[in-house]
Design a protein around this ligand. Structure first.
Ligand code: FAD
Ligand code: PHE
Length: 537
């Protein structure tokens, strides 16, 4: 038997048991904090490494405000411009695309996109129907929430997990028309694993790890977690959901068929989806701006001043000069233009910057190349004339998971109960995303529907009105969904220092690539470094 006393002199476990007896869960939890097992109020996450530049930094020190060119009007570029301008810098943002937001693209009716192969799609979505083609969800702890609040962007809950959404693993035995609901899958997986763990405990298999009191606490937990019978077995129960839910009088609830055997439940591989819900980036509650993710960036532009953000102006050269920087771009009329400034902050995808004419040298160039391979991801928005997933399937938001090449199906977290709605019919990455990207838009729609029908039935085909699909590695000036840098490498550290009067920002310059949070923090650090330079000069 293992006792903590042997090593520490004080048993943390016994201490907790003693405190737990006769005290409330709140006292118990707070005490866990005291011994380092659970967070206390004093251990809230902090963002203290950010000191925003202030206007008074200039006025009080007699310095003149500097001029900065920001390349890219995605989250990193716009946050850079916003923070600098708040402190009195003069900023010009140059954006290659016809709209701001970068990979936070929201597609609404009338929007058109042309991919790198020249294939154009125009969205036919109805008023109020939209698809977040890139970023879709925000965790509560992310700095993205702070910007929504600071700018006054309205937001609402994004449902990232729903007990009534489906799991459909056709490679592990699921058959068309027979998806399993999350709640049923959880009841069965938790039930059987609890039964097995209880059995192992009773057989003495855990005696090296647990005291007698630990075992009793574990058994009590397993009984409720796994809905176990008095004899410790799992035989299903109301947590699985019902074929007919209880109502009144003689309808006591008709149980779902099952559960299957422990072997069948393990073979279905549904448990593989559960960790997602407790992932530090993905756990509920999550949020979305009302009306589409890129709404956020309209607010940024308003704060920065529309006249300071130039669209359809791709940058082609960034050069350090003796006095600062010179940035060359192609204006909407096709003519080359040049802006001279004190500094530049560049936030385009790293790999694409290597195509520019620059003089920052081979080391910086090599570093950019190393961290910049954007991976593929794709989504399709399917607009339906009725919300059969709500009416028939009783799924109001959330995500269905599959082992098919469409991977995830997202139900809308807005417009509940309205007539029309939009389902994200696939959200996939890697080889699956490439396979869909290689099809025509019409073929993508047909394939997505063909598979979705297996889960949702024929209405998934017959109620369809229109679709719009995106393949991120084919979007001009972006060419990839995200890139994961090695933030410990010396090359990454080289980029953190900037190159002369040029600083780098972008989610790829952060610890949390593939999230706006990372882009915002990369912007903040670039701003901080630039401002420290200015104040030291
Ligand atoms: P970008 O958004 O890529 O912006 C870079 C900008 O630079 C673009 O507008 C581009 O056009 C411009 N540019 C490129 N070349 C030039 C040039 N030569 N001249 C001028 N401008 C140029 N984040 C979340 O927070 N939540 C999510 O749920 C989420 N899901 C995602 C799902 C998908 C499918 C994708 C693709 C992304 C997702 N993200 C999510 C990530 C989020 O979108 C990015 O982290 C964020 O957009 C990165 O911001 P950025 O400014 O670094 O880059
Ligand atoms: N941030 C993106 C999303 O939430 C990409 C991502 C997916 C990142 C899963 C981490 C985990 O869809």
């Amino acid at each position: 038997m293992v006792t903590d006393e042997k090593t520490t002199g004080v048993s943390r476990r016994n201490f907790l048991q003693a405190v737990g007896v006769g005290s409330s869960a709140g006292v118990m939890f707070a005490t866990m904090g005291a011994v380092g097992l659970a967070p206390t109020a004093a251990a809230q996450p902090r963002n203290e490494s950010w000191t925003p530049p202030r206007g008074s930094d200039f006025s009080l020190t007699g310095r003149s405000a500097k001029k900065v060119v920001v390349v890219g009007a995605g989250p990193a570029g716009l946050a850079t411009a916003y923070e600098l301008q708040k402190a009195g810098y003069r900023v010009t943002v140059l954006e290659a695309r016809h709209r701001v937001g970068g990979r936070t693209l929201t597609i609404r009716g009338g929007d058109a996109e042309t991919d790198v192969n020249g294939v154009t799609q125009k969205a036919q979505f109805a008023d109020g129907v939209y698809m977040n083609a890139g970023a879709g969800r925000i965790a509560q702890w992310m700095v993205t929430m702070d910007y929504l609040r600071e700018l006054g962007v309205p937001y609402e809950v994004f449902t990232n997990a729903n007990a009534d959404a489906y799991l459909y693993n056709e490679r592990s035995g699921a058959t068309p028309g027979n998806p399993v609901r999350y709640r049923t899958a959880k009841a069965d997986v938790f039930g059987y694993t609890s039964e097995l763990l209880g059995y192992a405990t009773d057989q003495g298999a855990l005696d090296q790890k647990l005291t007698a009191a630990d075992k009793e606490n574990l058994r009590a937990f397993l009984r409720s977690w796994g809905s176990l019978q008095a004899d410790g077995s799992y035989r299903g129960g109301s947590n699985r959901g019902y074929a007919v839910y209880p109502s009144a009088w003689n309808e006591h609830g008709t149980p779902l068929p099952g559960p299957g055997s422990v072997s069948e439940v393990l073979a279905s591989k549904v448990g593989q989806y559960f960790p997602f819900e407790i992932n530090w980036e993905q756990s509920m509650l999550m949020f979305q701006p009302k009306g589409g993710m890129d709404t956020t960036y309209d607010y940024f532009v308003k704060a920065i001043g529309k006249q300071n953000v130039q669209l359809s102006s791709p940058v082609t050269a960034v050069k350090n000069t003796p006095r600062g920087v010179s940035v060359t771009y192609t204006a909407p009329n096709g003519k080359a233009r040049q802006i001279d400034a004190d500094f530049a902050v560049v936030s385009a995808p790293a790999g694409l910057m290597r195509r520019w004419d620059t003089n920052w040298g081979p080391d910086v160039d090599a570093a950019l190349g190393e961290f910049a391979v954007g991976s593929p991801a794709g989504k399709i928005g399917l607009q339906y004339r009725s919300r059969f997933w709500e009416d028939d399937h009783r799924i109001y938001g959330g995500i269905t998971e599959t082992d098919m090449d469409l991977a995830h199906v997202w139900y809308p977290s807005y417009g509940y109960g309205e007539r029309r709605g939009l389902v994200v019919g696939y959200y996939n990455t890697g080889a699956n995303a490439r396979a869909y990207a290689d099809m025509t838009p019409r073929q993508r729609e047909m394939r997505a529907v063909e598979q979705g029908v297996k889960i949702h039935g024929e209405k998934y085909r017959t109620e369809l009105e229109s679709s719009f699909s995106i393949a991120w590695h084919k979007v001009p000036y972006i060419e990839g969904a995200w890139a994961y840098p090695n933030t410990q490498s010396s090359r990454f550290k080289l980029l953190q220092q900037g190159a002369g009067n040029v600083y780098f920002a972008g989610d790829w310059m952060s610890e949390i690539s593939a999230w706006q949070h990372g882009a915002f923090w990369a912007a903040r650090y670039a701003v901080q470094a630039l401002h420290a330079r200015v104040m030291a000069s």
